[in-house]
Design a protein around this ligand. Structure first.
Ligand code: CA
Length: 440
């Protein structure tokens, strides 16, 4: 008598909601017996929905009983998906810059392969503990990794939505690839940031731990995202490991074994500009909960400044180069301003003797021609006229006699006064040794 070995499989559900602030759903989701996928599109000429659905249509071709290595299969699919984006962009350059995240679990009957690129997430609830099994390819996550930001700080960081790695139809499309050995009872959640930005890990854990099945968990998670603001499209893909030989719950959405496709990829071919669409895919599991319809129909007008545009950043690092250049420029300007201030202060401790309206005067500052800036000002005007000075002295004063201090300038003025007084006296003016008459 050997213990029963469970034949592992999973129940699954996919659910997507446009959210409260968006007019279109750019997420695409897929769930089947072999494959769970989330793709969160963004960017370009509002072509995020195109990006996520094109990628989804490529990746969902993996939805077959897998014959080989799940990692190889996923890596191949990711590259084909990226090539597909490149093709679409080549056909219509106006969508250049569109991109999508991709997180996928591929099941081979015993093991999951996990492929991940971008900031959608995969979580595992095992034995009552929630684990995030993907790492966000975001700026804030890299700051957290470097110890420069806390996980809490990352939730409110102004650039928290900036993605560093995503599928863009360009070369750099390497996903993280890992194998996962599931346990009976494990619950797996794939979600777009419309969930993880609105609902914190504790709340996600609460739902995954206590919901009776994945259908209820999916609805509860989407409702919490909407209650938390619903600022973005919300998509959740769930799987729960079950024993396929145990009696199945016939009320579950996955009981018929059919795949589920939600979000942008489930809609009609991309409509032209001006066409409006609705993207409420809660009907997928409508039977499990009818209350949510009220919540979903409540929509707020889209904000004109689309915060999602921040994520378009086709080449995010460039922003930081510019930012760095701006900071460097600001530092240089600051240093120059400081140097100018110090220089100006120095000039204001200098004095010279010059002329003001024909009289000898003491000036504070220096004589210099600097456009728009007065580097000197009259400190004291004396009653000595320039005319009363001999020519040589008069010329000196016209040019300005530099002084080391205000007292020094006053001494110079007194010397000039003596000379003027002497030269005004005819008896002294013609005496030998005086400079009156100034011939020099
Ligand atoms: Ca999103």
């Amino acid at each position: 008598m050997s213990a029963h070995q469970p034949r592992l499989g999973y129940t699954y559900v996919a659910l997507s909601d446009v959210g409260r602030r968006r007019t279109s759903n750019q997420d695409s989701g897929f769930a089947s017996q072999h494959l769970l996928v989330i793709a969160d599109g963004m960017g370009g000429a509002a072509a995020g929905d195109l990006a996520s659905s094109e990628v989804m249509h490529v990746v969902r071709r993996l939805d077959n009983p897998p014959t080989g290595d799940v990692i190889e299969a996923l890596a191949g699919a990711v590259h084909r998906a990226n090539d597909r984006l490149a093709e679409v962009i080549e056909d219509d350059p106006s969508v250049e810059g569109m991109g999508t995240t991709l997180t996928a679990l591929l099941w081979n009957g015993t093991t999951f392969g996990l492929a991940h690129i971008g900031d959608s997430r995969a979580y595992l609830m095992r034995d009552g503990q929630l684990h995030q099994i993907t790492k966000d390819h975001t700026l804030v996550q890299s700051l957290v990794d470097e110890g420069r930001l806390t996980r809490e700080g990352a939730r409110t960081h102004p650039n928290r939505s900036l993605i560093l790695r995503v599928l863009l139809g360009r070369d750099e499309a390497e996903p993280d690839l890992t194998l996962i050995e599931p346990h009976l009872g494990d619950r797996y959640l794939l979600c777009s940031d419309g969930l993880s930005d609105m609902v914190d890990d504790d709340s996600i854990a609460d739902v995954l731990k206590h919901a009776p099945n994945v259908d209820v968990a999916a609805v509860e998670l989407v409702q919490r995202a909407l209650a938390g603001g619903g600022a973005d499209n919300v998509t959740v893909i769930l799987g729960e490991m079950v024993d396929l030989d145990a009696p199945a719950d016939p009320t579950l959405a996955s009981a018929d074994g059919q795949p589920m496709l939600v979000g942008a990829a489930s809609e009609q071919a991309r409509p032209g500009a001006g066409t409006t669409r609705t993207a409420t895919n809660l009907d997928v599991v409508a039977s499990s909960d009818d209350e949510h319809d009220g919540a979903v129909s409540t929509k707020v007008e889209p904000t004109p400044a689309d915060p999602e545009a921040l994520r378009y950043a086709p080449r995010p690092p460039r922003r930081f180069i510019w930012l760095r250049r701006l900071v460097v420029l600001a530092v240089i300007v600051g240093l120059l301003a400081l140097a100018a201030k110090l220089a100006y202060d120095w000039t204001q401790r200098q004095y010279y003797v010059g002329t003001s309206d024909g009289n000898v005067a003491i000036f504070r500052g220096i004589q210099a021609d600097v456009p728009l800036i007065d580097l000197d000002s009259v400190e004291e005007v004396t009653d000595i006229t320039v005319e009363s000075l001999p020519t040589f002295r008069a010329n000196q004063v016209e040019k300005g006699i530099t002084s080391t201090s205000l007292d020094d300038a006053r001494d110079t003025v007194e010397q000039l006064r003596d000379i003027a007084t002497r030269c005004a006296d005819p008896a002294q003016a013609n005496a030998p040794g005086t400079e009156c008459g100034g011939v020099e």
